[in-house]
Design a protein around this ligand. Structure first.
Ligand code: ADP
Ligand code: MG
Length: 262
């Protein structure tokens, strides 16, 4: 469904990817893991056409992602749902209106049909009864489920989740884990989950990509990646502070820095 080939990219000259290659298979839940700052959100921005890679190519469903605003990009995005970490609900609108929003913006469907589509999606995430609530009265877990209903309301072929487990209590986290899997399988979606959370990530993944040092440092079914003897992969999966993956932001020589200028 998605093919990322030889992508090189940096922000203001600071390299994030030095040659990234990965393939997201259709119909599966693919989890992209790696430490904070390794470029997971940046990768989703390439796929969603919000950011253009410096070099290399990104394909969605066989076609090169068309960067820069335009009809082709919008058409492609209608096939990609996106769940941001912040949930990003519109605070003045009810749950119902938040989920209806993409339908009102992007279709000319009659009100009676919008109502049915919204209620079906809310039922899927267990919040049909909460339709008249405002976002301010939702718990973090409920807000994320509303955002999820909104992300799938246009029936996209693929959905991308950016850190869907962050900041949730264990029960809400379990609900989200279960929903990601159920929606993927029931709706025949392709799912990409980006997370630094090894345990939750492995629990829903059909396939795992591990990012580090600007590249893919390991990939495979979760059981395989968890048992990998490869040093970079082991360091991340076991949460070890010391190892081949550095935690220092690039800096000038330490002693020279302490000595100061002159
Ligand atoms: P992740 O999602 O894996 O935590 P990101 O993709 O957000 O990582 O960021 C990758 C790296 O690029 C980080 O070092 C981050 O500080 C940097 N970065 C992200 N966005 C910007 C930006 N808009 N401008 C400059 N640097 C950025
Ligand atoms: Mg991120």
């Amino acid at each position: 469904m998605v093919e990322v080939s030889d992508v090189q990219f940096g922000y203001d000259g600071r390299e994030v990817f030095s040659g990234l290659n990965l393939r997201i298979p259709r119909g599966k839940v693919t989890v992209v893991m790696g430490p904070s700052g390794c470029g997971k959100s940046t990768l989703l921005s390439f796929i969603g056409g919000r950011l253009r890679p410096g070099k290399g190519s990104v394909r969605f469903d066989g076609d090169e992602v068309p960067y820069g605003a335009g009809e082709r990009l919008y058409a492609m995005r209608r096939n990609m749902g996106m769940l941001f970490q912040s949930s990003a609900l519109l605070t003045d609108l009810t749950v119902f209106e938040n989920v209806a929003f993409p339908l009102r913006e992007q279709t000319d469907l009659p009100e009676s049909l919008i109502r049915i589509l919204v209620l079906m999606k809310l039922e899927l995430v267990g919040l049909r009864g909460a339709r008249e609530l405002l976002p301010s009265s939702l718990s973090g877990g409920m807000a994320r489920r509303v955002a999820l209903a909104r992300a799938i309301v246009l029936d996209p072929a693929m959905i991308m989740y950016d850190e869907p487990f962050v900041g949730l209590d264990p029960i809400s986290m379990g609900v989200i884990v279960k929903l990601i899997r159920e929606l993927n399988d029931a709706l025949g979606l392709t799912s990409i989950v980006v997370t630094h959370d090894v345990r939750e990530g492995c629990s829903i993944a059909d396939y795992v990509y591990l990012l580090g040092n600007g590249q893919v440092i390991g990939h495979g079914p979760p059981e395989e990646v968890m048992q990998s003897e490869q040093p970079e992969t082991r360091q991340f999966m076991q949460g070890l502070p010391d190892g081949p993956v550095g935690y220092h932001y690039p800096a000038e020589d330490y002693l020279a820095d302490l000595r100061g200028p002159g």
